[in-house]
Design a binder for this molecule. Structure first.
Ligand code: DGP
Length: 234
């Protein structure tokens, strides 16, 4: 069997240059004759994605649990096509994924509180358990000063300084846990010039995009747990 494609996730705060870096990486891969495509979450074109889009633009209000599950459902809608493309040898660059799902929801705080979480961290993680796991997650870390200098945040729901600060804190926890479970999590200083950021990203992915022999892992799939359960039924 041939090698499978690499699954590369790019995460980051708003104004981190994430979409630009993802597009530049795609061009570079295509120029190097690597079969690759770029996908983006939320995918605002599906029926679920349209509900998410309307929420982000503050055109509709939804319970925080409901919107969290819709973001996750939006990823599950594409999970089998991601697996299929990777199996066919195509590399996927994914602009935001389940890590944003946890970071943006688990950073919400209860009204009237400065830090008390509205949604439980483990609860936020659970709907994405079992999604295809990336071979590398690259987190573009931008400081508030540079984000402001890049024109500040836009009009959408989460594009506010205090929200972004809390989201960043949750990203740190997610990265530590992802690494702890054997995943590859790379934090890149996105305050640097775009070319320099791209060089760091390219160094991190250049071997992966030659194709991968090993199986595609599942997100937060605890193999030790599975073994314990199997043992119970032996
Ligand atoms: P973007 O299209 O990359 O600008 O993302 C739209 C916004 O939605 C951005 O502020 C981050 C946020 N976001 C992305 N994915 C999720 C998710 O799964 N859950 C939540 N709550 N927010 C998300």
């Amino acid at each position: 069997m041939g090698k499978r494609g690499a699954f590369i996730v790019i995460e980051g705060l708003d104004k981190s240059g994430k979409s630009t870096q993802a597009a530049t990486l795609l061009r570079r891969l295509q120029d190097s004759q690597v079969s690759a495509k770029l996908i983006k979450f939320p995918d605002r074109t599906t029926t679920i994605g349209k509900m998410v889009d309307s929420y982000l633009r503050s055109e509709s209000e939804l319970d925080d649990h409901v919107i969290h599950l819709l973001f996750s459902a939006n990823r599950w809608e594409l999970a089998s096509s991601i697996e299929e493309s990777l199996k066919q040898g195509e590399t996927i660059i994914c602009d935001r994924y389940a890590f944003s799902g946890i970071a943006f929801s688990a950073s919400k705080i209860r009204p009237g509180s400065h830090s008390y979480p509205l949604l439980d961290y483990a609860w936020c993680r659970s709907p994405d358990i079992g999604l295809p796991a990336p071979d590398i997650a690259i987190m573009l870390d931008v400081s508030q000063d540079v984000a402001q200098a890049r024109g500040g945040y836009g009009e959408e729901r989460y594009e506010k300084e205090d929200v972004q600060r809390r989201v960043r804190d949750v990203f740190v926890r997610i990265g530590e846990e992802f690494e702890g479970s054997g995943g590859k999590w790379l934090v890149v200083d996105a305050d640097e010039k775009p070319d320099e950021v791209q060089t760091v990203i390219w160094d991190a992915v250049k071997d992966l995009v030659k194709g991968i022999e090993g199986p595609l892992e599942k997100l937060w799939d605890d193999k030790r747990e599975a073994k314990n359960v199997d043992a119970l039924y032996m």
